[in-house]
Write a protein that binds this ligand. Structure first.
Ligand SMILES: C[S@@+](CC[C@H](N)C(=O)[O-])C[C@H]1O[C@@H](n2cnc3c(N)ncnc32)[C@H](O)[C@@H]1O
Length: 443
């Protein structure tokens, strides 16, 4: 049997394409390589990061013939941090690649391309990310690290700041590292979550041992100086308690000024990570759905009411359904605090598992219009049952182009045509694709 060729420690390869994770692909004499930092058409000298069974994970070190859209990454740590994979590609080209990916996936599902490609929805490309889970690691004899993982590794990257996170936390990573290093249980903190509102932020510290002497005081001092909230998590999500401030509700806030709405959320709640894009996305979704004053709207996977309440400013009745009881409770709180700007609209929320085996699409309330914003697994059941629901229009907001394309096929089988689609720059520099699509009954 012929022996498989081994790649030298450092070798030149030609990158053929980007994979779905935004990583370059190359073939070196029958060896399959993933080339981080490589772009299609480039020849790259690569360093092996990891050998996997059917491929090598490598990092491009020297680029021979740079891609026309190669740019200097905005973050100096990008080569050591796996948080973003596309910083070396101009943001316009990132979006083009994402649009191309959606178009290809639709084609693979046999779905006709949209009648209209909407203009890309643009926002800031740095400082945009308002939620993240960061790794924490104390290396014996060295300082504590706080950040995303290294490329192709579970090790926490050694960075001083993060240009992608909202500055309230991204510019505080060095302070957070110093803070954790002062704690008696620094080695028992595997991660911290960060969540930002518009003018407030929270840090949720996961700890595997009880806090030691003086730890609470150190954390509270940090919270007071940084004006952030500090939460402690000793076990699962239900164990989260707020350490500071002692008074007031456990909430962060964001606004949708176009609609005069203010939302409150718990730091562990789902909210859209990029508030600038969220504002534009909500406005676009409503423009595309175009509710009339007498319309009823069904908002599935509604979270804390991010689309439901803006819809309520235009329609006669809106019903939001969401799987998490906690998020439904927050949606109702937000309904109550924003009631005065919602006019006479009838707004209701219900908790239901829209993926449950026993869930029957036929039991959903009838509505003129349907808004879908599912998690990555998509809305297969709803798409299969669309003919029975027969809304006048469907607007589908998606964070996974593969499931959107699958559901577009199911909607087409149910008699709905993809009339418009576009991508939103929700996650610049990463491979995540946020898109929006409009479906209308075939005439
Ligand atoms: C992409 S988020 C959208 C949330 C909301 N539309 C927003 O803009 O903030 C998807 C939502 O689906 C909810 N979800 C996840 N699994 C679910 C299920 N099985 N049934 C119903 N909702 C579910 C999540 O809790 C989350 O709120």
């Amino acid at each position: 049997m012929a022996r498989r060729r081994r790649l030298e420690r450092s070798e030149r390869v030609i990158v053929s394409e980007l994979d779905a994770d935004g990583v370059g692909l190359a073939d070196a004499g029958g060896l399959r390589l993933r080339v981080r930092g490589g772009l299609p058409g480039e020849d790259a000298t690569v360093k092996v990061l990891r050998r996997r069974r059917n491929r090598l994970e490598t990092q491009a070190e020297v680029i021979g013939h740079p891609h026309a859209d190669r740019v200097a990454p905005p973050c100096p740590w990008t080569a050591h941090c796996g948080g973003c994979v596309l910083q070396h590609l101009a943001t316009a080209a990132q979006r083009e690649a994402k649009r191309g990916r959606l178009a290809t996936l639709l084609e693979e599902q046999g779905v006709a391309q949209p009648l209209v490609w909407l203009p890309d929805v643009l926002g800031p490309s740095t400082g945009y990310r308002h939620k993240a889970r960061l790794g924490v690691r104390q290396v014996p004899g060295r300082q504590v690290m706080v950040g995303f993982r290294e490329p192709a590794s579970s090790r926490v990257a050694d960075v001083e700041a993060c240009r992608i996170l909202a500055p309230a936390v991204g510019e505080r990573l060095a302070e957070l590292k110093a803070l954790v290093a002062t704690l008696t249980i620094a080695g028992a903190i595997p991660q911290l979550e960060v969540a930002c509102g518009e003018a407030d932020f929270a840090i949720i510290l996961r700890h595997l041992q009880p806090l030691g002497e003086g730890d609470e005081e150190r954390l509270i001092r940090f919270a007071k100086v940084s004006a952030g909230q500090i939460y402690l998590q000793s076990a699962g999500p239900d164990s989260v308690v707020r350490l500071w401030p002692e008074e007031g509700v456990e909430r962060l806030h964001y606004t949708l000024p176009n609609f005069g709405l203010r939302f409150a959320f718990h730091p562990l709640d789902f909210v859209q990570v990029n508030p600038a894009i969220n504002r534009k996305m909500v406005a676009l979704a409503l423009d595309l759905l175009a509710p009339r004053p007498k319309d009823s709207v069904l908002d599935l996977f509604c979270g804390i009411g991010n689309f439901t309440l803006p819809l309520a400013t235009l329609a006669a009745a809106v019903h939001g359904i969401e799987g998490s009881e906690g998020l439904v409770q927050r949606a109702r709180e937000n309904l109550a605090t924003n009631r005065t700007v919602l006019g006479d609209c009838r707004v209701t929320f219900a908790a239901a598992d829209l993926y449950a085996d026993g869930f029957d699409v036929g039991e959903l309330p009838k509505a003129d219009l349907l808004l879908l914003d599912p998690p990555r697994s998509g809305a297969e059941r709803i798409a299969r049952g669309i003919a029975g629901m027969s809304p006048r229009r469907v607007v589908y907001v998606s964070c996974h182009p593969g499931t959107l394309a699958r559901d577009a096929r199911l909607l087409a089988e149910g008699g709905y045509v993809l009339t418009a689609a576009g991508i939103l720059d929700m996650f610049p520099h990463t491979a995540h694709v946020e898109s929006i699509a409009v479906f209308e009954p075939r005439s």
